[in-house]
Ligand binder design. Structure first.
Ligand code: SF4
Ligand code: SF4
Length: 135
């Protein structure tokens, strides 16, 4: 896949925002892959956790923001615990979610959940989903 770098994008607005919200330095990552190897839901992600760090280092944040990765992330912090560089990848995923949600993006629409599902799903699951996936 061809990847063209724009110097204005590298360490641009979104990378600074991700670092500011998460408190992490994305340039600490040396791409060992342990985060992806331990992630229980990596198989379902468009972009794997290690790739998220690489795209951030390259300033290609739009690619991450348009992927399903941050929404699939279960916030289990396995990646954070495994990272030999001490990077809190789960916090980076949370920062990416916050950026989208602050743009008033709804990952799920509460009023579109079928009535049958509302009656079946545990309330705690619904509340968690609303907190994580709606502005
Ligand atoms: S575990 Fe840490 S250093 Fe290794 S690829 Fe993931 S973020 Fe980078
Ligand atoms: S916090 Fe998210 S990215 Fe990290 S291991 Fe868990 S599900 Fe995967």
């Amino acid at each position: 896949m061809e990847l063209r770098l724009n110097p204005l994008e590298v360490k641009g607005y979104y990378v600074n925002l991700v670092e500011s919200i998460s408190g992490q330095n994305v340039f600490d990552c040396y791409h060992c892959g342990k985060c992806t190897a331990g992630c229980p839901v990596a198989d379902s992600m468009d972009i794997k956790p290690q790739q998220v760090l690489r795209y951030l280092q390259l300033g290609k944040v739009e690619r991450i923001l348009n992927a399903n990765t941050m929404w699939i992330c279960a916030a289990c912090i396995t990646c954070t615990v495994r990272c030999p560089k001490g990077i809190d990848i789960a916090a980076i995923m949370e920062a990416l979610r916050m950026i989208k949600l602050r743009e008033n993006y709804d990952r799920i629409h509460p009023n579109r959940i079928p009535q049958d599902d509302l009656e079946e799903l545990p309330p705690i699951a619904l509340v968690s989903a609303f907190r994580k996936l709606t502005p």
